[in-house]
Design a protein around this ligand. Structure first.
Ligand SMILES: Cc1cc2nc3c(=O)[nH]c(=O)nc-3n(C[C@H](O)[C@H](O)[C@H](O)COP(=O)(O)OP(=O)(O)OC[C@H]3O[C@@H](n4cnc5c(N)ncnc54)[C@H](O)[C@@H]3O)c2cc1C
Length: 464
């Protein structure tokens, strides 16, 4: 069915009448704004965008798409790297308006609807000194991040975002609303914890909360990039005895022209180690001291601060609508070879906007059994999120080639890949990200919950 067929039918008028939220058509003045996603290099034109106000709207959107044979894309935060929340000619079920959050400080649980962004959830939970471990940029969508696993500053202490999940409400391909938890539809609960949006549309999440801060020792330490070979070797050895409370991310980039960066370093290549200690401030200070004292840092902002301030630290580096391209992989260790490749390719970064993170994994993530959820790669040590960024099309191709060359050089050391860090890389990569055994189990689950592969605008697991 073409855009025109769809927009012209009476079914569309029925859809519009049935929705509590707005239906956006290509002719509407807000259409161009509403179809945009975080990654500015994605430029797709859906037939319709249903701004879902609640569960009933989600069911209505599913039923419309099934009845009319329209492709359905599901959007929460719109942060999928390859733009898997919008498709040409599709109906987008846009869950962004669904912002409900309810924290129960006594029971230490929180409920959050699918349109919630990470920073919004943190603001509610941190008011009570509690937190759900999630990602590192406040404007990322909670839904997509959780459904792929969810890695971030608190994961080594408390586990992945999915490890805190108590239940989910899911609209299935039949338009039914079901609940999944350890005790109810347990197979579906297993699948949504890592299997993405393949089995239905999650409308609400229920999480366990963990104590945190609100003050933590956290922040970045900068050295000139020429020190990177020594910094990375020190870093690797220092982490060998790191407590689970400590989580770190290494970034290579050209120093941004932000207030806290002295003017003489603006645009200069730097290596950054950013930390977050999810425990008592005094102990945190002791743990990070060796890092702060290594070599001659040019900037040191690793100090006690509110967790909410730390969570927003990377926001300026990953704003909406710049052009981005990522390729990712896990490595089992930062060997000398891996470090040498990292240094060599980091020195070739051209764009002043490119900033690529290497994430320290392990800790509580690896203490959960590999088969307890669909998420894979619990024993990986580090994950490389090699990402390029430019303001627009200018220089994008060159920076993208830099990503590919870097990734090719690291590929021999690859030990898996996090599904939420995949680009548009094809079926084999999705299979690789789950591993062959788990992939077969996911395909069986898909046959049960979505045999027609209705939900396929995602890192797709076809029923097989
Ligand atoms: C700036 C930035 C920072 C990031 N930081 C982190 C991080 O710290 N940790 C981490 O683990 N990941 C991180 N990611 C990756 C992130 O987890 C994924 O991009 C994730 O898909 C984003 O979710 P979203 O809801 O914003 O995305 P969307 O683009 O809206 O959706 C992504 C996918 O999930 C599906 N989906 C979305 N909502 C639902 C739903 N309610 N039910 C069913 N399917 C749904 C969509 O159809 C799509 O296939 C980051 C991404 C960006 C762009």
């Amino acid at each position: 069915m073409t855009d025109l067929d769809v927009t012209a039918t009476t079914a569309v008028l029925e859809l519009e009448n049935a929705l509590q939220g707005e239906l956006v058509r290509p002719s509407d003045p807000t259409y161009d704004e509403q179809r945009r996603v975080w990654n500015g290099s994605i430029d797709r034109r859906p037939a319709l965008i249903a701004r879902c106000a609640g569960v009933a709207d989600v069911i209505t959107a599913v039923q419309f798409a099934r009845r009319t044979g329209t492709e359905l894309a599901v959007r929460s935060g719109g942060h999928s790297f390859p733009g898997l929340s919008v498709a040409d000619g599709a109906l987008v079920a846009d869950l962004a308006p669904m912002k409900g959050i309810r924290v129960d400080p006594e029971a230490r649980t929180a409920r959050a609807q699918s349109g919630v962004l990470l920073g919004e959830l943190d603001s509610e939970t941190q008011r009570f000194g509690l937190a759900v471990p999630a990602g590192i940029v406040t404007h990322t969508g909670l839904a997509g991040l959780t459904l792929g696993g969810g890695i971030g500053w608190l994961m080594r202490k408390y586990g992945l975002t999915i490890d805190q999940l108590l239940s989910v409400d899911v609209v299935t391909a039949d338009g039914e609303l079901v609940r999944a938890s350890e005790n109810e539809n347990a197979d579906l609960f297993w699948g949504v914890r890592g299997g993405g949006g393949n089995f239905g549309i999650v409308t609400e999440f229920e999480f366990r909360l963990n104590p945190l801060g609100p003050e933590v020792v956290a922040g970045p330490v900068f050295w000139p990039m020429e020190d990177s070979p020594e910094v990375l070797r020190f870093y690797r050895d220092w982490l060998a005895d790191a407590p689970d409370e400590l989580m770190t991310i290494v970034v290579h980039r050209k120093a941004p022209p932000l207030d806290f960066v002295p003017a003489e370093f603006h645009g200069q290549p730097v290596v950054i180690v950013a930390c977050c200690y999810a425990g008592p401030v005094d102990r945190g200070k002791e743990v990070v001291r060796p890092l702060k004292e290594f070599g001659s840092p040019i900037i040191d902002l690793c100090e006690p601060k509110p967790f909410l301030a730390h969570q927003a630290m990377f926001d300026p580096s990953f704003p909406h609508h710049r052009w981005y391209y990522f390729k990712s992989l896990d490595v089992p260790a930062l060997t000398d070879d891996v470090i040498d490749i990292t240094v060599e390719h980091s020195q070739r970064i051209e764009s002043p906007l490119t900033a690529f993170p290497i994430w320290q994994l392990g800790g509580a993530i690896s203490q959960v059994g590999e088969h307890e959820s669909a998420y894979s790669g619990r024993d990986a040590a580090f994950t490389y999120n090699i990402g390029a960024c430019t303001e627009g099309a200018d220089g994008f191709e060159e920076e993208r080639q830099w990503v590919r060359d870097f990734w090719d050089a690291l590929e021999p050391y690859q030990a898996g890949v996090y599904v939420n860090f995949l680009g548009d890389e094809g079926q084999d990569r999705v299979r690789e990200s789950y591993g062959a055994g788990k992939y077969v189990r996911l395909q069986e689950l898909k046959r049960r919950y979505d045999p027609d592969n209705f939900f396929h605008v995602n890192q797709n697991i076809p029923p097989g």
